[in-house]
Design a protein around this ligand. Sequence first.
Ligand code: NAD
Length: 464
Amino acid sequence: MIRVIEPATEEVMAELPRAGVVETDAAVARARAAFPAWRALDPAERSTVLHRLAHAIEDRAGELATLEARNAGKPISDAGGEIGMVVETFRYYAGAPERLLGKTIPVAGGVDMTFREPLGVVGLITPWNFPLTIASWKVAPALAAGNTIVLKPAELTPLTAIELEKVAVEAGIPEGVLNVVAGPGSVCGQRLVEHPDVAKVAFTGSTEVGRGIAQAAAGTIKRVTLELGGKSANVIFGDADLQAAASSAPLAVFGNAGQDCCARSRILVERSAMDEFMSALEQAVTALRVGDPLDHETQMGPLISADQLETVSSYVNGEAPVAFRGSAPDGPGYWFPPTVLAPVSNDDRPAREEIFGPVACVIPFEDEAEAVSIANDTIYGLSGSVWTRDGARALRTARAIETGVISINSNTSVRVSTPFGGFKQSGVGRELGPNALDAYSEVKNVYYATEPGDPEAGEAENIV
Ligand code: NAD
C-alpha cells in the first residue's frame, strides 16, 4: 500500500494500492490498444474533448486545489493558481490538433509534404513539487498530438493525478487513452523507460534520476524529454530598483518552500548595493507568513517529508554564515524557516548543490563580467533573473547567462504559451508553448511522384 502523508500534520490522508511491473505493463497495453482510435479521431473532435476536459477540471478546481494543498503542503492560494494553470494548459493545447501543420517542399518530379505523426504510447513521470501542474504540461500536448499515455506521478503526491484520470473519462476522453499508475519510480518508472511499447518518456525530477533515465532509454532508442534540477541566479545590479528586487526575491526562492526547480537560490548582488539590498531583504523575509497551507494568508508551507527536512537541514551547518531567518511553526509537520546565508562563496556546498528547500545564498560580485561568470559557474541552467535599469546591460546579461529561461526585472519563469526547459544538466527538450508539440510528434516526409518516369527518385536512392 502507498500511505499518503499530509506534510503539515504528518497524518495519513489516504492509502492506496501500490502498482508494480504487472500494473505498469497492463497500463501500457491499455494505452496501446486505445492508440489507433485516438490518433484517428477527427482533429476538431479531439480538440472538443480537450476543451471539455479543461471545463471539467475548472468545475472541480476548488476540490483539486485543496487536495493538492494538503498532499503537497503548499499554500492554498498557490494551489488555486496551479490548478488555474492546469485548466489554461488544457485550453491552450485544445487548440493544437487542428494546427499540427506540415510543410510542402519544392522538389523535382513530384510533391513533397511533411506530416506530424503521433509517437504512440508515451510514459510521463512527474515529481511531487507541482504534481498536477507538471503532469498537465505533458498530458495536454501529448493528447493533442494524438498519443496515448501512461502517467506515473510521484509516490508522495499521487492523489490529483488519480483524480485527473477520473475527470478525463467523465469529460469524454476514451478509456485507455490516459492511464495513471501510482507506484515507485524504481519499479514503475523504470519499467516505462525500458518498455519496448513505450515510444517516449517525458520526465521531470532530479538530475540524478534523469541521468539514469537517459542511460536506460538508450536500450530502445527511446525519445526523452528531461526537465531536471536547477541552481538559478538572481542577479541584482546596483542601479536596479533595489526595493522591488529585494521584496520579490524571497518568494522567488522560498515559494513552494524552496522546492521549485526554478528557485532563484543564488542571489548575486553587486557589492556597492549590498547593505541597502540586505536590509530590504531582511524585512521581506521576516514578514513572510509561514504556516497552515489551508489558511488563505499563508505564503509558505512545510517541506514535503521528513527525509527532505533532514537533507535541507544539512546545508545550514555553519559552512556559510546565517544572515537572518524567517519564522516557522512548532509542532507536527516538516517545518523549516526561510533562511538566508550570507556572504557565501560560489564554491561553498550550499551554492553548488540544489538544496530544494527554503535556503538562499547571497553572493557578492564586483562587476558585470564577474556576475556572468558566477551565474554560469554551475552544472545547471534552468532559470534566473537580472535586475538593472540599464536596458542594454539587461539584454547583454540575459543573453550571456547559460540558462533556458530568464526574466528581466521580474522573477517569473513559466507561462503556458512560452517554452520552458533547461540548458546544461538542467535537461533536454522544451515543454509548454508551441515547442512542446514537437516533443510529442515525429516529422514524416512523404514524396509523391507526379511526373512520368520519376527520374529524380532513382538518383536519390543511389545517394543513400
Ligand atoms: P525524483 O527524481 O526523485 O523523482 C521524480 C519522479 O521520478 C518520481 O515520479 C519518481 O518516482 C520517479 N523515479 C525515481 N526513480 C526512478 C527511476 N529509476 N526510473 C524512473 N523513474 C524514477 O525527483 P523529485 O524528488 O520527485 O522532484 C524533485 C526534483 O525535480 C528536483 O531536482 C527538481 O529540480 C526537479 N524538478 C524539475 C523541474 C523542471 O521542470 N526542470 C520541475 C520540477 C521539479
